[in-house]
Design a protein. Sequence first.
Length: 139
Amino acid sequence: MKSYRKELWFNVNARRGFVNITGQVDQCLKESGVSEGLILVNAMHITASVFINDAESGLHHDYEEWLEKLAPHEPVSKYQHNRTGEDNGDAHLKRQVMGREVVVAVTAGKLDFGPWEQIFYGEFDGRRKKRVLVKIIGD
């Protein structure tokens, strides 16, 4: 069995944003030489997410509005977490909703996706460098 590990780094200039990382994960798969197996892709920061969905801008806008209704950034004083001097209590909650990681099957050397599926990095407390782990195992 082969094993491959790589960290992808992101620096989203805004507080929040979504980045399609499907191409980068696919490149990792090619580098790994794995043709049958599994890929784990996970955000290694507690205010960021990795998720699978459609690459459609209207959907991403809907996510932004929906998440802001669920956990609005302001007023920052409403979050006990922010009493530590942070202002990102909402980002922790948004990450919890959107998830930490995804696992994708690898079949015949390709990401085994359903129609329209893509992998995204979700940032909820940006403006600094953060990483995503790609771990691939298989033959």
